[in-house]
Ligand binder design. Structure first.
Ligand SMILES: Nc1ncnc2c1ncn2[C@@H]1O[C@H](C[S@+](CC[C@H]([NH3+])C(=O)[O-])CC(=O)[O-])[C@@H](O)[C@H]1O
Length: 330
């Protein structure tokens, strides 16, 4: 089967990285992840990205700023065209971005999460990175901004795949081809890969019904000595505290285990990580996750108890997040 042009950079990167066992699975994984019969809006997203106007020479790209920014001199009509095409891909949850004069004010200030995480990382320069559940790739661009050599985002959302491709259109080759997106889940990563220098799992663990299995999968993707960066919802408490909410948590139906950060340290140790440490823990503020012009549905404020913002509307503790770092033993 011929490789479509759009997928060539991904195949080339897997080849260059020597990811042969995974390379063989790409045709099936891409076909499944971008299956038009499963995702009705997919053709509209694809068309919107294809119609984005070409950028004039001399653009300036900043991957190390809070807004992932591409400054390009687009005339007013091209800027309006870009804006309406980017809106076809809404809701935009992760960001923010400034692309050719269009500011995308996303639901999340993902830059704030990055500020909590980045100071605690082994320097990313030259590293091979996997971002599990990386959304539309916002953090991946920031990783490239810190010099990562190869960043692979995996996320099963085809909307996020096309949001990523829209940002790629603006960024062009300013990341030296470091950043890639594969529309699959953690379960599609080949077993016992032992490849990545750093693996991120941010905002994913609480969505997994088997959190220890998730930790084992993350460990298997890391090379010996590699670094795991785990960010997830936690509750306050000691090493024995874990909350399993009922059918919803902050209106989300797919939330499973919320441990205390002390319990999470134990989980990581039981999963075979060493050098486990909590590097950040904080309540999620209403300024960090909110409805915007680019995400007009309900957001965190609507999911909290109107009379007591320290509780969700189901009566659980309001969202609090921890960042943990650990290593796969050598
Ligand atoms: N099986 C799966 N495997 C991998 N990813 C999955 C899977 N199922 C869902 N996802 C993806 O995990 C991401 C979780 S969001 C965190 C984004 C970013 N990391 C952030 O920290 O801002 C958290 C949130 O906002 O609830 C989504 O993009 C899903 O599509």
């Amino acid at each position: 089967m011929p490789i479509p042009d759009a997928h060539r950079p991904l195949y080339r990167a897997f080849l260059d990285q020597g990811l042969d066992s995974w390379l063989a699975r790409l045709p099936e994984q891409l076909a499944r992840g971008l299956d038009r019969s499963r995702f009705g809006d997919l053709p509209a997203w694809e068309k919107a990205v294809a119609k984005l106007p070409p950028l004039p020479a001399g653009r300036e790209v900043r991957l190390d700023a809070d807004h992932v920014t591409v400054d390009a001199e687009l005339d007013a009509s091209r800027r309006r065209q870009s804006e309406s095409l980017l809106r076809v891909l809404a809701p935009w949850r992760k960001g923010p971005y400034k692309l050719g004069g269009v500011t995308i004010d996303t639901e999340w200030r993902s830059d704030w999460k990055w500020q909590r995480v980045a100071p605690h990382l082994a320097p990313l320069a030259g590293r091979r990175v996997l971002d599990v559940g990386g959304g539309n790739g916002y953090h991946a661009w920031r990783m490239a901004g810190e010099g990562a050599g190869f960043v692979l985002v995996i996320d099963p959302s085809p909307r996020f795949y096309w949001q990523f491709q829209a940002v790629r259109h603006f960024v062009g080759d300013a990341d030296d081809g470091a950043v890639h997106f594969l529309p699959v889940g953690i379960e599609d990563v080949p077993e016992a890969l032992a490849f990545f220098d750093t693996v991120f799992s941010m905002g994913v663990l609480y969505h997994r019904p088997s959190p220890l299995e998730h930790l084992a999968q993350l460990k298997a993707a890391l090379r010996p000595g590699g670094e795991l960066v785990l960010e997830t919802l936690v509750v306050e408490g000691d090493a024995t505290t874990v909350l399993l909410p009922g059918d919803r948590y902050a209106a989300m139906p797919n939330v499973y285990f919320l441990p205390s950060s002390a319990a999470l340290c134990q989980w990581l140790e039981r999963a075979g990580f060493d050098n486990v440490r909590v590097v950040d823990e904080a309540d999620t503020s209403l300024d960090e996750q909110r409805a915007t012009e680019w995400m007009t549905f309900q957001s965190l404020a609507d999911f909290l108890d109107p009379d007591d913002p320290t509780r969700t509307r189901e009566g659980h503790p309001a969202p609090r997040r921890a960042v943990l770092v650990a290593n796969r033993p050598r």
